[in-house]
Design a binder for this molecule. Structure first.
Ligand SMILES: [Zn+2]
Length: 450
């Protein structure tokens, strides 16, 4: 996976972070002993069972192809990456971007991955961004990559099983998301998610430049940033996965087939093993039920599976909270408690009815009191939800990666009905704009009732 995000922006963020964590960083080299991002015990102390972790490597045969046009350099990078994987007895899944495969020498590099016991999956042909491509063109490109790789694998008695979305972007509308899921099911490809997203790719340009300039100080500094960022991303994503499932969760780490990996993976893998990870093959990791959890995350930017599931959890929570508010509000009305009925309005709420505009909770309460002078006139109120739309954009983590933001507001359309024992039911529609107060509570900012 590559992203178009600004290397400089990510680098500035990381510099800020390493400055703020400077006192925690060792001088140079080796596995870093950063303190975890969140206060927590070392995994070794939490439990003896090692956490399965699948290593996945994107953009094979060599990522950032613009940086590495020389076939000898590509060959060296591949050989060194495979040596580190072998040293740590890791069986990885490599995701092939077919347009990165230039001729027989690059095909030979893919063969080396197979010979070393790794599995290869499809990462499309031209690495398109699904949020900027229509479904037909996107599927055509993914299918083109699938055909090439499937034929290559068949010649080596292997089968293609996995697909990974370029940029981790699975679609910006639910229709696009579902169309790709149907296509993947039809062609026997499984979407291989990422649980530990990070920005490892963003270090490559600076790393290669430092090597070409023989700038050892720059390389040391990039190495420290790389290790600290990856370590923090691992801890941060794991903490979220464990919170979602209330147990230690298996993980899928995203890395890229790049030159910085040849120098930095060894320390990274040593650090991961010390943190209680056990490098596992795809089947062992994917057998865990966490990977069967459903979501339909729709967004402009790619993010980890945990963030998609967290977003789904937040949205469920928001819908439940809003449904409870409407239920409690009808109950307050039906017992004649207008004070409680109006308590959900924000102090500066705006109420709009065909008769005009009322500003403020107190004025809304006065209006209701005047209109419904006695309990009998109030009837029995019920709501039927027509639609809830939740608003949640993206936010950047402190490390610079995009993730879904919390739900920031909701608009609700509902049909209200007032039933009376002695006259016909009155009914109409209402549009509410709400804002979350935390703890599952909401307040009404605007109410247009008709
Ligand atoms: Zn990629």
């Amino acid at each position: 996976m590559r992203r178009a995000a600004s290397w400089e922006r990510a680098r500035r963020l990381r510099l800020l972070l390493s400055l703020s964590l400077g006192s925690l960083l060792p001088a140079a080299g080796g596995a870093l002993a950063l303190r975890p991002a969140r206060a927590e015990a070392e995994p070794a102390a939490r439990g003896a069972v090692p956490r399965p972790l699948l290593v996945t490597v994107d953009d094979l045969p060599v990522a950032s192809p613009g940086q590495h046009r020389d076939p000898d350099e590509r060959e060296r990078i591949t050989r060194e990456l495979l040596a580190v994987l072998a040293k740590h007895r890791i069986r990885a899944v490599g995701l092939v971007t077919w347009s990165n495969v230039h001729g027989p020498r690059d095909r030979r590099l893919l063969e080396r991955w197979l010979e070393a016991g790794h599995e290869l999956g499809n990462h499309s042909d031209r690495h398109l961004d699904y949020t900027a491509t229509d479904t037909t063109a996107y599927i055509a490109d993914v299918e083109s990559g699938r055909k090439e790789l499937a034929a290559f694998l068949a010649a080596h008695d292997r089968k293609l099983r996995f697909f990974r979305f370029p940029f981790l972007r699975e679609g910006d509308t639910v229709e696009k998301l579902r169309a790709m899921r149907r296509y993947l099911a039809r062609t026997g490809q499984r979407n291989l998610p990422v649980t530990i997203d990070n920005e490892d790719w963003s270090f490559e340009a600076g790393w290669v430049e430092a090597r070409r300039q023989s700038d050892a100080a720059a390389r040391d500094s990039i190495a420290v940033e790389y290790q600290s960022q990856l370590r923090l991303e691992v801890r941060d994503h794991e903490a979220l996965g464990d919170e979602l499932f209330e147990r230690p969760t298996p993980q899928i780490l995203l890395l890229h087939a790049n030159e910085i990996g040849t120098a930095q993976w060894d320390a990274l893998f040593t650090g991961l093993a010390r943190l209680g990870h056990h490098f596992a093959a795809a089947d062992e990791v994917l057998a865990d039920s966490v990977f069967a959890a459903a979501h339909e995350y729709v967004g402009r930017y790619g993010c980890s599976l945990w963030h998609r599931l967290d977003d789904a959890r937040r949205r469920r929570g928001a819908r439940d909270g809003i449904a409870q508010l409407l239920e409690a509000s009808a109950a307050a009305w039906n017992r004649g408690d207008l004070e409680a009925f109006c308590a959900d309005y924000a102090e500066d709420a705006l109420f709009i009815a065909p008769s005009g505009v009322t500003r403020g909770r107190q004025a809304v309460l006065e209006r209701y009191k005047k209109k419904y002078a006695d309990h009998a006139a109030m009837g029995t109120l019920s709501f039927e939800l027509v639609e809830i739309r939740l608003s949640a954009g993206m936010e950047a983590s402190v490390l610079g990666s995009a993730r879904p933001a919390r739900v920031q507001s909701a608009s609700v359309v509902a049909r209200w009905s007032l039933a009376y024992p002695d006259k016909p039911t009155a009914t109409g529609l209402t549009l509410l704009v709400l804002r979350p107060l935390g703890g599952g509570r909401w307040e009404i900012l605007q109410d247009a009732s008709m």
